[in-house]
Write a protein of this length. Structure first.
Length: 290
């Protein structure tokens, strides 16, 4: 990457952020001090796992200086620390057995219902209103059977979710590259599940990286299905790295399309930095800050 990379990113984003590349954590946090104000049109978040090598409190400090208001995919032990820095968790870590074994398995429903009903009050007490969930892998199951099974399990949780004002949010993931055999791998399948569950307390997490790999046509898909989506993740295609000019998506246009739907939720950076992590995070936020 040539020395003009950052200038090109700034031009594309329309926002000069002035965060120089740094070698140490102290230098990175010092560089984050120089961050300038954002437009206020987008609620910015970041996924914790992409920055796991940075101590959590250091990440909180840097997030505040960059202009983020959320660090997500966090658990109850981290929520008090977020509150300390006036941050939220826009999409908290869920319950259950993870990505591979989910709501499409009838045998897991009792366990899943118990674990999510246990986390709902904790979310509500922490002032959080969403939680991530997963379909599970196909394991030879038809998509139709998976829809039926997921709807049965999720419907059991809607009364409790509504009581605690928590929206369960199923993530759309690609089954081509990163999550082979995952069932909720296309928007139309997820939308049909939303219709069958029939509650505003169940929505979709539209991961732009994953859906570009699976189906493309990102902007039209968002326009046609935005009422079923309550959260977005970013990521550069291919590779899930920086969302700058090194990859195939043009995020400013995608962000404008999201805002045009009236979306008031959060957009989270979920790319794996290949360069200085906080510099790349700052640039990603700038690119999406339309």
């Amino acid at each position: 990457m040539n020395t003009n990379r950052r200038d090109m990113v700034k031009k594309m984003a329309g926002l000069a952020v002035g965060l120089p590349v740094a070698d140490s954590l102290g230098e990175r946090l010092g560089a984050a001090d120089k961050a300038v104000g954002l437009s206020g049109n987008v609620n910015h978040s970041v996924c914790r796992w992409c920055y796991s090598k940075i101590e959590f409190e250091d990440l909180c400090k840097a997030a505040k200086k960059i202009g983020l208001t959320s660090i997500e995919l966090t658990g109850p032990n981290e929520w008090p620390i977020l509150k300390k820095y006036d941050l939220t968790s826009a999409m908290p870590q869920g319950a259950g057995k993870g990505i591979v074994n989910g709501f499409n398995d009838l045998k897991l429903h009792d366990e899943l219902v118990e674990s999510f009903e246990a986390i709902f009050p904790k979310l509500a007490n922490a002032g959080l209103d969403k939680v991530i969930c997963f379909s599970g892998n196909r394991h030879g199951m038809s998509d139709e059977q998976g829809l039926e099974n997921c709807a049965i399990g999720l419907k059991r949780l809607m009364k409790s979710a509504e009581k605690h004002k928590v929206t369960m949010t199923m993530e759309l993931l690609n089954s081509k590259v990163n999550h082979p055999d995952y069932m909720c791998d296309r928007t139309n399948w997820g939308v049909e599940l939303c219709k069958r569950v029939g509650s505003d307390n169940f929505k979709l997490l539209y991961d732009i990286y994953h859906m570009q790999i699976m189906e493309g046509d990102v902007i039209r898909t968002i326009q046609d299905n935005h009422q079923y989506i309550n959260h977005y993740h970013t990521g550069g295609v291919p590779g899930r790295n920086e969302i700058d000019e090194t990859q195939e998506l043009y995020y400013p246009a995608i962000m404008k399309a999201i805002l045009a739907t009236g979306f008031k939720g959060y957009v989270a950076q979920e790319f794996i930095p290949k360069r200085d992590p906080l510099t790349s995070l700052q640039e990603g936020v700038a690119i999406c800050d339309v």
